[in-house]
Design a protein around this ligand. Structure first.
Ligand SMILES: [Zn+2]
Length: 228
């Protein structure tokens, strides 16, 4: 029920092509970088002209990354509207559909750089994107992916920031998006139930449906998860 298409070329051309194809959602994957190795947060950029859906979707994603990997959110509750003083805005502003630019980790940070080079972490990050798409586009449809920096006509050798210890931002971004594509194209119908899961790494140990109105509380001291 989901189809994924990768858009290449300069950023305007990618967005124009996604509009032409009537994509339902548009995602550009990046990773952050800073001169300070300690910089560490998850943030999503939207255009200045973003819809409320884009903003809600971006916040959902940034917060999910923060929870999953135990890192803070940046921006305003995980969101940078218009990007970094306008940088990032141009990557999304021409889209006709909800669109977000992902900056889940700093590749300049030695810990997160090492983490994101692993297949397991790339898979977990892709899963968060997949789940966010299921939430914000439950009926399925065409989803546009854009690998940040790579495949630009005007600057074909750009690969974005250097990853601490080796590698490039764009190559890791592409690896994550390819995993998300595989997940999205094999995922079945979005459950109409409210599903909860118990995870160990990438493995689902248990899942079940609970009442939409149920309150879920985790008591770490007693080790009890209560659904009431
Ligand atoms: Zn970038």
């Amino acid at each position: 029920m989901y189809q994924v298409k990768f858009y290449k070329g300069d950023y305007y051309a990618r967005q124009a092509a996604a509009n032409e194809d009537q994509c339902k959602l548009y995602i550009e994957q990046h990773f952050n970088s800073s001169a300070s190795q300690s910089a560490n947060y998850s943030v999503v950029v939207t255009g200045y002209n973003a819809s409320q859906t884009s903003k809600n979707w971006g916040r959902w994603y940034a917060r999910a990354v923060s929870q999953e990997f135990d890192i803070p959110v940046g921006g305003e509750s995980g969101l940078l509207v218009g990007g970094y003083n306008g940088r990032g805005d141009y990557n999304l502003r021409f889209t006709n559909m909800p669109a977000i630019l992902l900056e889940p980790f700093f590749v300049s940070n030695p810990q997160t750089a090492e983490l994101i080079k692993t297949e397991a972490a790339q898979y977990r990050l892709a899963s968060i994107l997949t789940e966010s798409i299921q939430r914000f586009l439950p009926d399925g449809g065409l989803v546009g992916f854009s690998v940040g920096h790579k495949y630009k006509t005007s600057s074909p050798n750009d690969r974005g920031a250097a990853v601490f210890g080796g590698g490039t931002e764009a190559d890791i971004a592409e690896a994550v998006l390819l995993k998300a594509q595989q997940q999205l194209e094999t995922v079945g119908a979005v459950p109409q139930e409210r599903e909860i899961k118990v995870m160990q790494g990438n493995e689902v140990l248990w899942k079940g449906n609970i009442d939409f109105d149920a309150d879920v509380r985790w008591d770490g001291q007693r080790g009890v998860l209560t659904v009431s």
